[in-house]
Ligand binder design. Sequence first.
Ligand code: FES
Ligand code: FES
Length: 209
Amino acid sequence: MNETDTTQIGSFSRRTFLKSLGTTAAATATARVQSVAQELEKINKDKIVGPGDVPLTLKVNGQSRKLTVEPRVTLLDALRNRLDVTGPKKVCDRGTCGACTVLMDGHPIYSCSLLALEAEGHEITTVEGLGTPEKMSEVQKAFIHHDGQQCGFCTPGFVTACTAFVRSHPNASLEDVRAGLGGNLCRCGTYAGIMLAAVDAAKTTKGGA
Ligand code: FES
Ligand code: FES
């Protein structure tokens, strides 16, 4: 034991002081860790749902639709298999082809790549909500006018993506349209008609779609 260790301040040695300091710091750190752990546990408890079916309300094409789904179910599967909204198509099911495109709060998204639960509280619009055979939107009319489909499987996704595109690009050129609709694929290769339809719709709607 050296002199430093045995330095006394009253009956309190320097070593005792350092020891108690360490103990206090450790106790404080432990208390903090425990409180963070408790907080995390509470947050997780509030957030974790499932694994069984959970109730959900989706707003689709202006209507509130109630359903129950397992938390793992995608928006695309919920629309097609639970709500019978079959305009969005399931092709790649991995965010590559755009056949499942829907609008969420007006923005195009791949519905195969979003959980149905994540869509709650948002406005979902599918091709069915854009127009009807009796009252088609300008984009739908342009697709027919320019014969922008063959098998038609990609068409709902293209029409939906195109609707969002022309709203934000009222004077789009052919080059703009090619770039803007690059997230949608047509396996029949009907691109010429699709692109002309999009350019036409951009001119006709001037952002109004
Ligand atoms: S089915 Fe969703 S991107 Fe292909
Ligand atoms: S028209 Fe057939 S995949 Fe596009």
